[in-house]
Design a protein around this ligand. Structure first.
Ligand code: V47
Length: 361
């Protein structure tokens, strides 16, 4: 029989938790006990060290053929109100206006735009590598890579190699949503399937790229489907060891077709962070993405299993168009303050978790 004590025992012995144990933790009435257990694992892995980075988000087009019910960012067609596609020149100016020497990462996620040639993407990366060589380029979700392969008639490996030659440094974790077919058929029926999403990451890892992974929670998924999602990520990680971090993504309900669903509460958020830490014994980091959680919940999540708070971000669109009330950007001094105020130790990192040391100005 599963009890909280039997799970504690397994965690202390570094044994892997099962689907049933994950479901038990999601339903356990004592959130603080689950959080404390997750914090003990976080502390075993990372001590008080809490990572952040100095980054910038670019969404160079929001035109998107996919019809995800939860999305507030995309526009179906070029020419619709609020649809936009930056030329490479406009993207260059956009970055230049926001870039500060010392930044280490640009994160790029776009819509699935039917009106662009494949060259647009390597050209965008080449421009960034030429003009902003200090930036690591973390770009294009597995859903985008899958779309490029289909649309431009290439294999995943061909797409990835092309983009790597142009400067791609790693893949972000978006587009995973929840892997269960039942959920995908309802909320994101016309984009990469779970197997395709996983296969893009499998192939990226085989080519030596690191990547991130996500889980979108709070729409229509069951607890069992959440745990199944985590277990599928864990299985691929057993195979490749290429995932760096899980970012649980809380559903935001403004400006999309799932507005009638209530958004997850802080208790849901903290529980997902904690159970993710406990289930994913082979993924090193769990990120409390402050843009999505809000600053206060993100800070609390650092004591419930998370050990990373993402970065400065600067002009995030996907969550702000879906109702996020978080600020547009955080200064690194604000991030460091949040971490130290939680009794933890801030450590700046690169995208691939090398430590960044800065001398005081
Ligand atoms: O793929 C879209 C999700 C993702 C909504 O890899 C929504 O470091 C909730 O993946 N409510 C994009 N979620 C963001 C993303 C990400 C963010 C930060 C860091 C990293 C990383 C990755 O956001 C999408 C989708 O899963 N999403 N709309 C919404 N209304």
């Amino acid at each position: 029989m599963i009890t909280f004590e039997s799970i504690e025992h397994k965690v202390a012995n570094r044994e892997r938790l099962s689907l049933e144990e994950g479901c038990f933790l999601f339903s356990h009435p004592d959130l603080l006990a689950v959080a404390r257990l997750a914090h003990s694992v976080r502390t075993r892995l990372h001590g008080k060290t809490t990572y952040y980075n100095w980054n910038l988000h670019l969404n160079s087009t929001n035109v998107c053929e996919a019809d995800c019910l939860f999305c507030s960012f995309s526009r179906l067609k070029t020419g619709e109100p609020k649809a936009y596609t930056m030329t490479i020149e406009v993207a260059e100016k956009w970055i230049r206006d926001r870039y500060k020497p010392g930044m280490t990462e640009i994160h790029i996620v776009n819509g699935l735009n039917p009106d662009l040639d494949f060259d647009y993407y390597p050209n965008l990366l080449r421009m960034i590598r030429r003009e902003f060589p200090e930036l690591h380029i973390k770009a294009f979700t597995a859903v985008e890579i899958h779309y490029f392969a289909q649309k431009y008639n290439m294999t995943y490996a061909e797409v990835l190699k092309n983009l790597m030659e142009a400067g791609l440094g790693s893949l972000p974790g978006g587009g995973a949503e929840v892997f269960a077919d039942r959920v995908r058929k309802k909320i994101c029926r016309d984009k990469a399937t779970a197997e395709e999403w996983l296969d893009v990451h499998r192939q990226a890892h085989a080519l030596g790229l690191k990547s991130n992974c996500t889980m979108l929670y709070g729409t229509i998924e069951t607890i069992e489907e959440r745990v199944d999602h985590l277990i599928r990520l864990r299985s691929l990680q057993d195979e490749t060891n290429g995932f760096q971090v899980l970012i649980p993504l809380a559903f935001h309900n403004e400006g999309n077709r799932m507005e009638r669903l209530p958004a997850p509460t802080a208790v849901d958020d903290l529980r997902v962070i904690a159970v993710s830490r406990l289930m994913l014994d082979n993924i090193p980091h769990i990120k409390a993405y402050w843009v999505m959680l809000g600053i206060k919940t993100a800070q609390t999540a650092l004591l419930c299993g998370a050990n990373d708070i993402d970065g400065t971000v600067t002009e995030e669109k996907i969550y702000h168009m879906a109702g996020s009330r978080s600020p547009d950007a955080l200064a690194t001094s604000d991030i460091k303050h949040l971490i130290t105020a939680a009794g933890l130790e801030p450590q700046e990192r690169t995208t691939t978790y090398e430590l960044v040391a800065r001398t005081a100005a």
